[in-house]
Write a protein that binds this ligand. Sequence first.
Ligand SMILES: [Zn+2]
Ligand SMILES: [Zn+2]
Length: 159
Amino acid sequence: MARPSWDECFLEVAHVIAKRSTCLRVPSGVGCVLVSAEHTILSAGYAGSMRGAPHCTEVGCLLIDGGCKRTVHAEQNAIASAAANGVSLRGATAYVTLSPCRACAMMLHNAGVARIVYATEYRIVDHLDELRGLGVDIPRPASAIASSVAAAPTADCAE
Ligand SMILES: [Zn+2]
Ligand SMILES: [Zn+2]
């Protein structure tokens, strides 16, 4: 078996953590793992309810303006877990199964996360360019590069 890179390894961990998710809006779940520059796992989170509150799987989603407000996003839970345990996220890398929403991306940046690696683009990703402009390292996943190449007009390339 080929030895995975650190990015492949921690993205796989994020996918395992995602299986704990309880919001019905994203059937695949969402997982986030925060990792130090020395490749140590600092904290992890999945999409789920507030501590002690019922989950969407038990009582359904709390839909307001088309989104579920019952759920704490995976990235927010990972940041909150680090805060609860007094763990600094300065210089950390966030591994997420789906690209973070604007609020989560802003929180990751302000928490000191220097790099965001995600597996799949999810809905709006324009805000990620804004973060790239602020110096956050956000590589484009191979799947996104492949789809943008596929979507590009072929006439420009024709010889
Ligand atoms: Zn929900
Ligand atoms: Zn989010």
